[in-house]
Ligand binder design. Structure first.
Ligand code: ASP
Length: 334
């Protein structure tokens, strides 16, 4: 029997109504008591890491989770992390960059309803997560939710209430789970030894242009940040009115690392199509291609944390990690 570590970080799944709204109070042992069949799938040990609504999870907690897994890595065959759904896609992306080449599965799950509610989705998601984590063919970072196995770099929360909360963006689901049977559509290859990173630089601003946006936010905040993620219109458009594009140029000239992604949920960015996008290439702006905005943000924080100068950061950003993008920049040579 595989030995799996259940790491609890909070979320609806472990929540109880405290009278002032749901609060993540339950321990991982409480979860095991609610779903005792889990013990038939694997031998389970628990780590009670955080009791947080995932709204309050940030880069320090990502590093805490990676550190917990690093410390326990040799002792277990796999890891299941219980997490709130609201920022689970960010955490899954961040762990995909912080823990690379993991032959052992690192599986995030949660639920839309507390494990204590009669119509909860917690039981199914927990069972699926353990089936997946205990399977010898599972490697790397995934979200398991509503019967789907989604690569950690491609998940996005698409629904606030329904059980099918997550979609796999710009990449098919890797597998589906049917009553404990795993139907795999593809199996990403992992080569090399597992590698843990222990630093991230969260001095990154995300800006989502909208019709009428003023450049004020960019003008007033440049000194607070080392990086910028712009969620462009369409393939890669940013407004040229009101000095918005000039403000971006100033950030680029001041050495800030800028990544262009798109606010369109599917099919990714392409700066080479329109004149409004092509000028971003000339400014040395990096492109997210098929990465989700969540993955682009986490990857930029990871790459900046490497402290390797502009060239090193750019190379790290364009290194394909856990199938995060299928496209490459024209000048890419690594
Ligand atoms: N607010 C909750 C959280 O992200 C939502 C959930 O878990 O579904 O922690």
């Amino acid at each position: 029997m595989k030995h799996i570590c259940l790491i609890a970080t909070g979320g609806t799944i472990v929540s109880k109504d405290s009278g002032s709204g749901l609060e993540p109070e339950l321990t991982p042992q409480d979860l095991l008591d609610c779903v005792p069949e889990l013990q038939e799938i694997a031998q389970i040990s628990v780590r009670d890491l955080y009791h947080l609504d995932s709204t309050n999870i940030n880069q320090e907690h990502w590093l805490g989770m990676a550190n917990c897994i690093q410390k326990e890595y040799d002792a277990f065959d796999g890891f299941v992390i219980v997490h709130g759904t609201d920022t689970m896609a960010y955490t899954a992306a961040a762990l995909s960059y912080l823990i690379q080449n993991s032959k052992k599965p690192i599986v995030l799950t949660g639920s839309q309803k507390s494990v204590y509610q009669r119509d909860t989705d917690a039981r199914r998601n927990l069972l699926d997560a353990f089936y997946f984590a205990a399977d010898a063919r599972s490697h790397g970072v995934y979200i398991i939710f509503d019967g789907k196995a989604i690569l950690g770099t491609h998940a996005r929360k698409m629904r606030t209430h329904s059980y099918n909360a997550f979609s796999s963006i710009n990449c098919p689901e890797a597998a589906i789970l049917l009553d404990g049977r795993i139907v795999r559509y593809f199996e990403p290859e992992i080569s090399g030894d597992v590698y843990f990173y222990n630093k991230m630089n969260a001095r990154v601003l995300c800006v989502r242009p909208y019709p009428g946006i003023s450049p004020e936010i960019l003008k007033r905040t440049m000194d607070c940040y080392d990086g910028l993620v712009i969620e462009c219109f369409g393939t890669s458009g940013i407004p040229a009115y009101g000095g918005f594009d000039t403000a971006i140029k100033e950030w680029a000239e001041a050495g800030r690392i800028i990544v262009a992604t798109t606010q369109v949920p599917h099919e990714g960015s392409d700066m080479s199509v329109y004149q409004v996008g092509k000028k971003l290439i000339d400014l040395g702006i990096l492109e997210a291609f098929d990465m989700t905005p969540e993955a682009a943000l986490a990857k930029l924080m990871w790459a900046l944390g490497l402290e390797q100068g502009r060239e090193g950061i750019e190379k790290a950003f364009y290194k394909r990690v856990w199938m995060d993008t299928f496209r490459k920049p024209e000048n890419e040579n690594n």
